[in-house]
Design a protein around this ligand. Sequence first.
Ligand code: 13P
Length: 279
Amino acid sequence: MKTLKYFFKKAKKEEWAIGQFNFSTLEQLKAIVNVAEKLKSPVILGTSQGEANFFGLEEAVLLRNLYRKKFPYIYLNLDHGKDVNLIKKAINLGYDCVHFDGSSLNFQENLKITKKIVKYAHKKGCLVEGEIKSIQGSSEIHKGLPKDVLLEDIERAKEFVKKTEIDSLAINIGNVHGVYKKSIRLNIEHLKKIKREIPIFLVLHGGSGTSKKDIKEAIKNGVVKINVNTELRKAWREGLEKSLKKHEDTIKPYNILPEVILKVEETVEKKIKLFKSQR
Ligand code: 13P
């Protein structure tokens, strides 16, 4: 079985990125897995705390295991974990990676807890993603433009990475969560500096609504994992609304929901092709 780390290394060497696609419903999950299988692309299934609590950590792990029989390179990540108990539970259940988001804590506190989680996770073969400066926005459709554009403090990041021994870092290069009035542009020059100084795997959050040209540049310059959520939520909702209108005369979920899956699949397929992760 090829591990997630194997694919991160391969992606870094060959300049492509693995998509992390978040889900909280079975339609979204089926869509992600269907496209991964069709395009032979490794994928990461992401569950934020809210998504994990709604869907169930155990359910997520059991379904990942089941779908691995169809296509083996499906991995699970706990996204923006803030609750250490939930993170430990995910590790114990067999998540492949956990993201500890200690960005709301002061630097030393974040460092201390991240380091503890790394020790715990590595014993069980689970990777850890860290975050220092909070990535702005939320996975929703926003009316205006993002308020702040943050850039990673490279010296702090170097210290954090060295002392915590995290496997990957969620970086700030102008990226934000969510879709806005205008496409988001990334600061590729800043990414180049991060890449020169920080030897671990670099993760780009806020994969929705970002300039395609900048995503390609980010991959060329060392990003190996890109998180996508808002565009999948949008596809799910639009697919559902359209299908409900079309099937006004039925209450059969199995007649209504296939179109939702199709709509989410379209979005996942576009992203996988943009990230060049199909094998
Ligand atoms: P988007 O909602 O902008 O796609 O970002 C998702 C994300 O980064 C999850 O961690």
